[in-house]
Design a protein around this ligand. Sequence first.
Ligand SMILES: Cc1cc2nc3c(=O)[nH]c(=O)nc-3n(C[C@H](O)[C@H](O)[C@H](O)COP(=O)(O)O)c2cc1C
Length: 180
Amino acid sequence: MTKPVLYLMVCGAGPAGHSARMVELAQADGWEVWCLATPAAIEHFLDLGELEALTGHPVRTGHQRAGQPALPKATAVIVAPATYNTINKWAAGIADTYVLTQLAELTGLGLPIAVLPFVNTALAANRVFQRSVAELRESGVSVLFGSGGFVPHPPRTGGRAMDSYPWHSALEAVKRANSG
Ligand SMILES: Cc1cc2nc3c(=O)[nH]c(=O)nc-3n(C[C@H](O)[C@H](O)[C@H](O)COP(=O)(O)O)c2cc1C
């Protein structure tokens, strides 16, 4: 039987450096994982070799190039860590990274999408962020923000929030959506 396909979309925030954890959790649960990453994730955080070795696929940062395998059709999507930047741009309809272009299309297709933000309390307090979270939820996206999902940390304490980042809640959300 073919495995369900999970796109893991990684943005430029601290947990990106630990996204192998998400891959391993999903693989243990029977998913085939393909990673897509923003330029900020690649520049500051990701170990591409580690993710490619784990998933067996190249990490996609742009449209398919000659010689690259095509992305299989996704069963579900996890955006983790999701930055303030990507959440706001996505909710505003901006599609200027490959991740945002894919998210625009996949949201329109109604695919199960779970978003696990990583923002501090200062970023989270912005009305624009709260509006974006509400907008995405209204679009049917599962934004795991607040109790049961990601709870923001005070500014400059993000390093300590890494171990408790609730990767598992994103997996549970797409499983719920996929079985429902
Ligand atoms: C070391 C470092 C840590 C960062 N941490 C965060 C963070 O925790 N949350 C966040 O939303 N942005 C964080 N940023 C800022 C984002 O990387 C920046 O807004 C970037 O434009 C995001 O691009 P993306 O959304 O396309 O990944 C951090 C940047 C750096 C260099």
